[in-house]
Write a new protein. Structure first.
Lengths: 146, 146
DNA sequence: GTATCTGCAAAAGGTTTGCATTTTG
DNA sequence: CAAAATGCAAACCTTTTGCAGATAC
């Protein structure tokens, strides 16, 4: 995991390079995402940043997220219900383990996806751009009925 | 791949066992799903069955799909955009390769997911119930600009 | 005959869009 | 000062829900 403040600087630099503006709202959203080990949803980002910026709108969060995604600086985790969760610290594809009860999401880095990707490309002829591997289950905490 | 007519009989039998009714609408939806190698969406199922049953409603297709899912006789493939595609022939988790241009979906059976599942369970303590592995890319046809 | 299923229309829920206003560089 | 970003509200789209009427067993 990249240090949050380092990661934040990286993304700010990328924004500058492409002449996007560093607004206070963006900066606040960026901060949350740079340290996002909990894979927040847009709603969660909004809720957190709102405390600091009461005038912040959901639309702005959505637009910021879309921008970062387009820049390749944000990993979008599409949930099955149509909503998404985000990882702004490690924006490349990696496996996740998702609790279907409490919706907690953790990384599962023991498995590299590069080989799988290459293999799929060879066997199918597709040019593979992206992949998503999700394990769905019940986390230890929810198993114990906490 | 199970022969479509065999698969159809299997599912009908399961429905009978649980005292669900075999309506003409259900039967028509079931037929499409039993031979679904193209991983149809609800809309596509609806469009196809509508030709035979002009009075069919989307809601009925959704309800049938939900029932089969609950019975474990249908695999739901959650797309990132909130929509879903279905496999009624092989209802257990298996990897897919998805074209982001034409939305064509093919199976990628060279890779077994059972070991991955077990490994994730051991390493994380989660009880793994389900998993989804999707490769996203451009199919050969779309690469050639057809 | 009765519990279940169908089909319509309305509601839901996350996300996107249009546009007037504000702000950044 | 010009171009870009914000914030509001309306629009979108797939899926879900409630309910009256129809139907399988």
């Amino acid at each position: 995991m990249t240090e949050p403040q380092v990661r934040l600087e990286q993304v700010i630099e990328k924004l500058r390079q492409r002449a996007f503006r560093i607004t206070p709202q963006r900066l606040a959203v960026l901060k949350i995402l740079a340290e996002s080990k909990n894979h927040p949803s847009v709603d969660q980002i909004y809720a957190q940043v709102s405390q600091e910026f009461p005038t912040l709108s959901l639309a702005t969060v959505y637009k910021t997220v879309a921008l970062l995604k387009e820049m390749g600086e944000l990993l979008e985790l599409g949930m099955r219900d149509g909503s998404s969760r985000y990882d702004g610290n490690k924006p490349w594809p990696h496996p996740h383990v998702i609790c279907t009860e409490c919706r907690n999401i953790i990384d599962f880095d023991e498995l590299s996806l590069d080989n799988l990707s290459r293999e799929a490309a060879e066997k199918t002829g597709y040019r593979i751009i992206n992949l998503q591997l999700d394990f769905l289950g019940i986390c230890p905490r929810c198993q114990s009925g906490k």
